[in-house]
Write a protein of this length. Structure first.
Length: 358
């Protein structure tokens, strides 16, 4: 973040969405205004809210409600989709399992990644190979039905198992739907950001992010407990970090303010929930592409409320194996020298994932 911003701007992106694939989009006054606001927000804060994004409120809410229901399940149930290295780091991680700068985070989560098939990216992709830990497409269907049947065979647990199955299945349907909706939304916003950087709208298509990798984290942050009797505990839900890829879309619980964003002088500026919006922020790969014109801003999460908070974060990334380096146009606009060497997104992700889990 290049400035001492005090709040995070809200941008109505509907004019951009109306014209995002129009060859003359750059000449449209409505698009121009959105692009101007995106540019300003990206330069000043690296964070902005979007409204007018076209994703129905009912879905935004339902996703969080399913997340709440999952985290309310008994621990043993959640462990059925436990994240391990063998699952390509996909699945459930308990509170304190994710580590940021050496400190365990006070959150639990389900991590999902775009599928990486065996050998797809050679050695580079090996650690991320695996499927998400719920039925991600028909090939898993048999396995799922088997599990369903075995769950239903327990007589005492019959009703409960059915609920659990329904929950998993709802998770599956919703997330599939959300992936499709969100990847398209992110792509459309990236077309606006490409214009904001002075490039063509297609700057992030093709070899850069035409086959965008994605990450989805369904995160739960326990509320502050007043009676644990063990003195002060670590209350940092997620320690200060930057995101890894291009653009993050955060769907956070209403009413609880917990996400904080660091400005230039080191103050933490809150990003309170604004119902119906997504909080967007810039990742490390976009910082490189923009040659530092835009920064991936540090942020952290502290849930000081007594209530449990959920957040569903969707990370829109570059192609997994693409070499990222400053765009020529950005290099020119920042004095002509490259401020960053090239980075491969997949390498960056793997190194983060391996340190996140010790
Ligand atoms: N895919 C993303 N961006 N995940 C963000 C997780 C941030 C916390 C993590 N322990 C870290 O230190 O990065
Ligand atoms: O919980 C939030 O609001 C943000 C989470 C976050 O920053 C992340 O998972 O990268
Ligand atoms: Fe983040």
């Amino acid at each position: 973040m290049a400035t001492d911003f005090k709040f995070i701007p809200v941008i109505d992106i509907s004019p951009l969405l109306a014209k995002y694939d129009d060859p003359k989009m750059a000449d449209d006054p409505g698009v121009y205004e959105v692009v101007r606001q995106l540019d300003q927000a990206c330069r000043e804060a690296g964070f902005f809210y979007v409204k007018g994004h076209g994703i129905p409120d009912s879905i935004i809410k339902e996703v969080k409600s399913v997340a709440h229901k999952f985290f309310e399940l008994p621990y043993e149930e959640k462990l059925k989709i436990k994240m391990t290295a063998a699952t390509g780091f996909r699945g459930y991680q308990r509170i304190g399992e994710n580590i940021t700068k050496g400190v365990p985070d006070m959150h639990e989560a389900i991590d999902c990644y775009k599928e990486v098939k065996e050998g797809m990216y050679g050695e580079l992709g090996k650690p991320m190979e695996g499927r998400n830990q719920w039925p991600s497409n028909p090939p898993n269907y048999t396995e799922l039905m088997e599990e369903y049947i075995s769950l239903c065979t327990g007589i005492l647990l019959q009703d409960y198992s059915f609920l659990l199955f329904t929950l998993y299945f709802m998770c599956f349907l919703l997330t599939t739907y959300i992936f499709l909706l969100l990847s398209d939304l992110s792509r459309k916003i990236m077309r606006g950001i490409a214009l904001a950087l002075g490039g063509s709208p297609d700057e992030f298509e093709g070899d850069r992010a035409g086959d965008a990798f994605w990450v989805m984290r369904i995160i739960g942050y326990p509320g502050v407990s007043t009676s644990n009797g063990h003195g002060p505990r670590n209350d940092i839900g997620c320690g200060a970090h930057t995101d890894y890829g291009l653009l993050t879309l955060v769907n956070q619980d209403d009413e609880i303010t917990a996400l904080q964003v660091r400005n230039l002088s080191g103050e933490w500026i809150s990003a309170p929930p604004i119902p119906g919006t997504f909080v967007c922020n810039i990742g490390d790969m976009l910082k490189i592409y923009s040659n530092g014109l835009y920064d991936s801003t540090l942020h952290q999460v502290i849930n000081k409320a007594p209530r449990y908070r959920v957040c569903v974060a969707y990370f829109y990334e570059t192609n997994f194996d693409t070499a990222v380096e400053p765009l020529e146009i950005c290099k020119q606009r920042t004095g002509g020298a490259k401020k960053f060497g090239r980075a491969v997104y997949g390498e960056h992700l793997v190194s983060k994932v391996l340190t996140n889990f010790g």
